[in-house]
Design a binder for this molecule. Structure first.
Ligand code: ADP
Ligand code: MG
Length: 730
């Protein structure tokens, strides 16, 4: 006699129960499926009741299209669905449910009762289910659906959840915990489905814990469920990315709002899901903006072509995979950053002290982080400690990042005011923070922009906005300039122009390279080189019409040039001199003074009678070149510019300005890593938010030299269709 256990086929009911337990892990999972069914049925009113956290009873009543009497016998069997007929439909499915598993699963772990009435039926029908099949309500009675009274729509009740899975039941913590999860799910769907009224209450309670109306907007619903403290601080963003076939819509909290934990209401194709990657991106975006330990509120709804989403990764359909994930997340991140930055500008200046940390790139790109192909536009200038503080000479938008301050928009509610003052306190101690704005700088005569008191930001701002003067644009008729502009046009590479003016910015790879997308391809571009071309063209286009970047303290040109000469000497790159360094510097200063009027009129470069530099041209609103390059720029104005012939002079001068303004990361500051990080963050911020957008807005013409003789300033990395395949395999 063998004592070996024999292998037996599991009872199908047990199999189904195990499978059901996978899908329905707790009352909130069941409810989510039921809510989705109600929404699929076109309901505008969904009422939910729960007893003991849904474990004793979970009931949902809707006013949707109902279930036909004939179908009642099979709705709770597995794989019965009215939403999917053949496998291919899976890819274009637009409704929530499609696998016909939810009701079946619930009926395997609970006693289910369905009461339903379609519009054209005279009465409602009620049916009971156990293990997927019709069951008699009481022993000995018929299991057939029974006619009864009822409204159009469906009521589904699940009782004694997990009555046949005692272990599972024990594992669930507490009724109140489960009820909170129910409220969480109802809240999410209520917010997302503006136009549908939701209510949720404990059975027997007189008041609902959630109650929304059919006329409420998403914001109304957020206010209703999460309170007005968050609802008043939301920024709305909406964007369609045709190249990536997705659209997004979001309400995200601004910098005034900060709580202990991130609230992320995420919907992908109208299904509430979780995405750790998206959550990480959000926390990353906000980490620089919110006080330490502070977290945002984010409602985000994404629609992706259904065929690009795989919802079948996880039994609860809670986690979804989609193709193109990194791209999509990057694009969303960009939108969020834009929203937050614009909001900061229209709110208060205090965010300026927070913004410098704003991460402009994302760490994911470290994949490509090779700085080997860094192109030095010209010898890097390493200056002494005197020049490392040059940024602080600027009254310009260095701290404002191209934002516009508006005193009237300072928050006046209790919290807002407090917060603003707090930060103002901080700013009083922060030497580098400046209250000025670029808009003032762009149009004011320099004499109007002096900052009187850094500490007294508010007063300063008011007086500034009153003083704002807009300079009329001067039409340029100089043949020399027109010829130079034509030459640019002549050297155009049409394909590259199109590429750069219609790109989507993906992210900076390092201090010289960035990724952009154009149509279905991904390109690596050397923005250090391209930005020089960009600024050269801006210099020609804005000739005679620049705004000023004013220096708060005039800088001695001679001293500055001496620094450059010392550096050149230290690097052994100084040609043998006929004159002493001192004399060279003096000659250049007198040259610049001689041409001071021309420099001021044409290039907004102010040189005073003492040989000091007072202002530089504003080429791109909000953009400040790396000041480390200023000494070399001034030196080269003496050595590289031909001051005799008009056209050559304007050409070489524009070129030198372009070299100066072209992007170059700040020099390391070994003694002050925090300050270096601040400058470096600002540098990358400018790349993303000023340089690349300018390629679109300034009608930038890509010169043939960018692609000539195989020099790879723009390299195609991959085409999206290939990437799809890669992601698919992941
Ligand atoms: P699925 O939603 O994946 O189709 P379910 O098991 O959730 O599968 O539902 C099975 C079927 O029952 C649905 O296809 C739908 O026809 C019907 N149904 C379920 N709930 C409702 C409801 N609230 N109103 C109308 N029909 C419903
Ligand atoms: Mg369903």
């Amino acid at each position: 006699m063998s004592t070996l256990p024999s292998i037996k086929r599991l009872d199908p009911t047990v199999i189904n129960r195990i499978a059901a337990g996978e899908i329905i892990q707790r009352p909130a999972n069941a409810l989510k499926e039921l809510i989705e069914n109600s929404l699929d049925a076109g309901s505008t009113q969904i009422q939910i009741q729960a007893k003991e956290g849904g474990l004793k009873l979970l009931q949902i009543q809707d006013n949707g299209h109902g279930i036909k009497k004939e179908d009642l016998a099979i709705v709770c069997e597995r794989y019965t669905t009215s939403k999917l007929k053949k496998f291919e439909d899976l890819s274009t499915i637009a409704t929530y449910g499609f696998r016909g598993e939810a009701l079946a699963s619930i009926s395997h772990v609970a006693h289910v009762t369905i009461t339903t009435k379609t519009e054209d039926s005279k009465c409602a029908y009620r049916a009971n289910y156990t293990d997927g099949k019709l069951a008699p309500p009481r022993p000995g009675q018929s299991a057939d659906p029974k006619p009864c009274a009822g409204n159009n729509g469906t009521q589904i009740t699940a009782e004694d959840l997990f009555y046949n899975m005692p272990q599972r039941k024990k594992a669930l913590r507490s009724a109140s915990d489960e009820y909170n999860r129910i409220l969480d799910i109802v809240g999410r769907y209520a917010i997302h489905n503006a136009g549908v009224s939701f209510s949720c209450k404990r059975q027997g309670s007189m008041t609902a814990d959630i109650q929304t109306t059919t006329t409420a907007t998403i914001i109304d619903n957020i206010r209703q469920i999460h309170g007005s403290s968050v609802a008043t601080e939301l920024l709305y963003g909406e964007r369609t990315f045709e190249s990536q076939a997705f659209t997004m819509k979001s309400y995200i909290s601004n910098a005034n709002y900060s709580v202990k934990r991130t609230t992320l209401l995420l919907f992908i194709n109208n299904r509430s899901v979780e995405s750790p990657a998206i959550k990480r991106m959000i926390e990353n975006v906000y980490s620089a903006l919110l006080p330490k330990g502070g977290h945002p509120f984010v409602y985000l709804s994404i629609l992706i072509k259904p065929e690009n989403v795989d919802v079948n990764v996880h039994p609860t359909k809670q986690v979804v995979n989609f193709l193109n994930e990194e791209w999509i997340i990057n694009s969303i991140q960009e939108v969020f950053q834009e929203l937050l930055e614009n909001a900061n500008s229209s709110r208060t200046f205090y965010t300026q002290s927070l913004l410098p940390g704003a991460p402009a790139t994302n760490a994911d790109n470290s994949l490509f982080s090779t700085s080997t192909n860094k192109v030095a536009v010209y010898h890097q200038v390493r200056t002494d400690s005197r020049t490392t503080t040059m940024d602080s000479f600027l009254t310009g938008p260095i701290a404002s990042y191209g934002t516009q301050s508006s005193i009237s928009s300072i928050q006046d509610d209790a919290n807002g005011t407090k917060r603003t003052n707090d930060v103002l306190e901080e700013e009083k101690n922060d030497e580098d923070v400046d209250m000025d704005t670029d808009s003032t700088l762009t149009y004011n005569k320099p004499s109007d922009t002096g900052v009187t008191s850094k500490a007294d930001g508010s007063v300063d701002l008011v007086s500034k906005s009153q003083k704002r003067i807009k300079r009329d644009r001067v039409e340029v008729t100089l043949t020399s300039v027109l010829t130079l502009r034509k030459n640019v046009k002549k050297s155009e590479h049409i394909g590259m122009t199109d590429l750069l003016s219609n790109h989507t910015f993906v992210g900076c790879v390092d201090d010289t390279l960035a990724l952009i997308q154009h149509q279905t391809s991904l390109y690596l571009v050397n923005y250090a080189v391209i930005s020089e071309e960009l600024f050269y063209q801006i210099a020609l286009a804005e000739f005679n019409n620049f705004g000023f970047i004013e220096l708060s303290t005039p800088i001695s040109i001679k001293e500055c040039i001496s620094i450059a000469l010392d550096t050149e000497e230290a690097y052994g790159t100084l040609p043998p001199q006929l004159q002493s360094k001192e004399q060279v510097a003096e000659i250049i200063v007198s040259k610049l003074m001689e041409f001071a009027t021309m420099l001021e009129d044409y290039f907004s470069m102010l040189v005073n009678s003492e040989g000091q530099l007072m202002a530089l041209p504003m080429l791109l609103r909000g953009y400040i070149p790396t000041m480390d390059k200023l000494p070399m720029f001034l030196l080269r104005l003496g050595t590289e510019v031909d001051w005799e012939d008009e056209q050559t002079c304007l050409d070489t001068l524009s070129r030198e300005i372009a070299i100066f303004y072209s992007t170059e990361p700040p020099s390391p500051l070994p003694d002050n890593p925090a300050e270096y990080k601040r400058r470096h963050d600002r540098y990358l911020w400018q790349i993303q938010h000023l340089i690349f957008p300018a390629m679109k807005t300034t009608r930038f013409i890509a010169p043939k030299s960018l692609v000539r003789d195989g020099s790879s300033y723009i390299t195609q990395l991959a085409s999206l269709s290939d990437l799809y395949k890669i992601f698919e395999r992941c």
